[in-house]
Design a protein around this ligand. Structure first.
Ligand code: ZN
Ligand code: ZN
Length: 379
């Protein structure tokens, strides 16, 4: 299976395409790949389905907004349910009129039904690497549409200045029965008089202009747990956008945590990997390297005499806490490297030359060295 393509790419449109551009592009692509025009062509068939799916999402403002925010991996899984998008049968003729509109507007009947829930929001937030070791308490200022404090979200400060919409009985939606070809279809539409809010405001609140919600900045506090992995999304229930209707509950806020890279450690789950570049003398004679560490105890790396570049030294239990609740910590592994200075003084080069001649006498012939190295490598 190939990765799911971006819906905008599928419909060959820009991210800021208007509703009519989306429709126009869908119509022309759907005509091109319609099964009637491509009999027994599996590739066209799957293209046709892909185009339909992209159109189902992008032609629905609410779904489009969620897609723009979360992409294909939105919280709560596929909007089409666990089995994903199944495709619909659109007649070729419908692609010339608007006959396909009501088919697509049905998909999210259920989600529109509970559009009394506000939109979810996603923010990305970077934490220092140290937070993976210790965890941290953090906070963010989030600006979002929230219930207006002045009118308590009702849209009006006076008694009776805001009342339930009589056309939709406060539901904000109206069901219409219409004919699609030979079929009767129930289509759920936004109530016009109240613009889907379920309320008629005759004496609007001056602060929110009768909307019942307005942009406000809130301080959101949250905990980053030890062992956290980049890309983790923290869900803050009820901290998302206030609902568009006057009743209902706010959406959720997702905080996606991005961990800053460490100056020398790479992460492999709870294990930490690093390279330790040493001089030839340190490798030959052995040494102890002491560096400050994330757990505030110095990290002592004992390099034994005769160490070779590429060998590793592990220090058990000094890695990161694992992201699960267990108290076990990972390991630190240092890969030894040979640091060759780019520039050396004349006097050092002179001494090294003397040493080279002296050491050459202790080395095996080069063929033996090469085959020893090959044997080591092939072990
Ligand atoms: Zn208000
Ligand atoms: Zn209404």
């Amino acid at each position: 299976m190939t990765a799911k393509r971006d819906y905008y790419d599928v419909l060959e449109i820009q991210k800021d395409a208007s509703e009519s551009q989306i429709k126009k592009s869908f119509r022309s692509l759907a005509r091109k790949f319609h099964p009637d025009k491509n009999p027994n062509n599996e590739e066209a068939e799957s293209k046709f389905k892909e185009i339909q799916e992209a159109y189902a999402i992008l032609s629905n403002p609410e779904e489009r907004r969620k897609y723009d925010m979360f992409g294909h991996n939105r919280p709560g899984g596929s909007p089409f349910g666990s089995s994903g998008f199944q495709g619909v049968n659109i007649s070729f003729d419908d692609l010339f009129g608007g006959g396909f509109d009501s088919i697509f507007s049905q998909f999210f009947g259920n989600s529109q039904n509970n559009s009394s829930t506000g939109s979810d929001l996603l923010v990305r937030h970077t934490v220092p690497f140290q937070a993976v070791m210790d965890g941290m308490e953090d906070e963010l200022e989030i600006e979002a549409l929230r219930n207006c404090n002045s009118c308590d979200g009702t849209g009006s400060n006076s008694d009776g200045g805001s009342r339930s919409c009589p056309s939709c009985e406060g539901r904000g939606r109206i069901d219409e029965i219409s004919m699609v070809g030979p079929f009767r279809q129930r289509v759920r539409k936004e109530c016009r008089p109240c613009r889907g809010s379920g309320r008629i405001v005759s004496d609007p609140c001056v602060i929110c202009k009768g909307e019942g919600r307005k942009f406000q900045t809130n301080l959101v506090k949250f905990s980053v747990h030890p062992g956290i992995i980049s890309g983790t999304r923290l869900r803050m229930r009820g901290q998302g956008e206030a609902p568009n209707s006057f009743s209902g509950s706010p959406g959720d806020l997702f905080i996606e945590i991005d961990v800053e890279p460490h100056p020398w450690f790479e992460r492999d789950g709870p294990d930490l990997l690093m390279a330790l570049p040493l001089s030839f003398a340190d490798l030959l004679l052995g040494t102890i390297v002491e560096i400050s560490h994330l757990d505030s105890e110095p990290l002592r790396i004992k390099v034994p005499p005769g160490s070779r570049p590429g060998e590793t030294i592990s220090i058990l239990g000094r890695g990161l806490p694992s992201s699960s609740q267990s108290s076990r910590r990972g390991n630190v592994t240092a890969v030894l490297k040979l640091e060759v200075p780019k520039k050396t003084s004349r006097s050092i080069r002179k001494k090294i030359k003397e040493l080279r001649e002296e050491m050459e006498g202790e080395l095996l012939p080069v063929e033996d060295r090469m085959s020893n190295e090959a044997n080591f490598r092939r072990r």
